[in-house]
Each structure stands twice: as C-alpha cells, then as structure tokens.
Design a protein around this ligand. Sequence first.
Ligand SMILES: [Zn+2]
Length: 180
Amino acid sequence: MAPHSIRTIGDPVLKQKTVEVTKVDGALVKLVDDMFATMYDAPGVGLAANQVGVQQRFFVYDYDDRPGVVINPVIVESRGEAEFTEGCLSVPGLSWEIVRPAEIHVKGYDLDGNELDLELDDYAARVFQHEIDHLEGRLLVEHLTDEQRKEARKALRELRMRDAGPLPEPELAVGRLRLR
Ligand SMILES: [Zn+2]
C-alpha cells in the first residue's frame, strides 16, 4: 500500500501555494522516498508535495526511467506553445488536451543541495510545468477552455456521485481561472 493517500480535487490543500524548503533533513529525505513510492503505486510520472498534504515547494518525478526531485523550482523563462493530453493524480480518471509553453528554463535544487539549471522541452517541459503549477496551488482544470470546463464539471459531478465522497463543488468557473 502507498505510504500516502493522494489528495483529490476539492481538497483545499491543493489550492494553497506551497512555501520554500529551507532545510533538507532526514525527515524530508524520508518524505521524498515515501512520495516516490506513492507516485509509483498510483502510478504517475510526477507528484508534488501538496498532493500528499505537505505545504512545501518540491516535487518528485520519473519519466523515461529518469527519477528526480526538484526543490524550490522556478520557471525563469518559457517559450512557444504545445498541446498535450494531460491528466492528474488529483483529478483521477480525467484528461484534457491542454496548451502550455513548449519549452521552459527551470532553476531549483536537488536533494544534495546542488543547483539545477535545466532547459526542458517536450514531455519533460510538460511534467515540470504541471508539477510547478501544483506548488503554486493550481490544478490543470484551471487551464481548460470554456468548452472543456463544461464537460469537466459534468464529469466531476458524475465522479462525485460514484464515489459518494465529500468532495465540495470544484470552483471551475472562477474568473481568474481563465487562462488565455
Ligand atoms: Zn497533477
């Protein structure tokens, strides 16, 4: 069983901006290990700390068998535009075609305190943007077009009825969520 349960849409922790990590200690290393286990169990290719209820600015990822941790990531530059089918472990079972910048320049730190300075494109750029969004308190549903948003509301309603869980109404219609 996964060490953590993954928070899903409607959980307020997903809408809060995370705070910078100031110290890498044993507790953080253990948390990172547990997050990898949780991500592999899901399975997923990325997991941000607040998806397991931890308000700290870091995420783990593993795509193309390249696992890593990025602490205090910042996108310093982004270029172009690309469309990808994107899903999220916190919005289970749903995915959408989402437009985001095609290339990004990211800075941050790894678990050993080494500075990371990465030029990413294609899938890597997508994974990093998605996870950094989480750390800012943004879910992928905030990138939907009006049409997609309508469908999303319906799908989320159905999902909620099926689970009969206590998910509050997702705030998909808020004005500031309009991306472009
Ligand atoms: Zn996600």
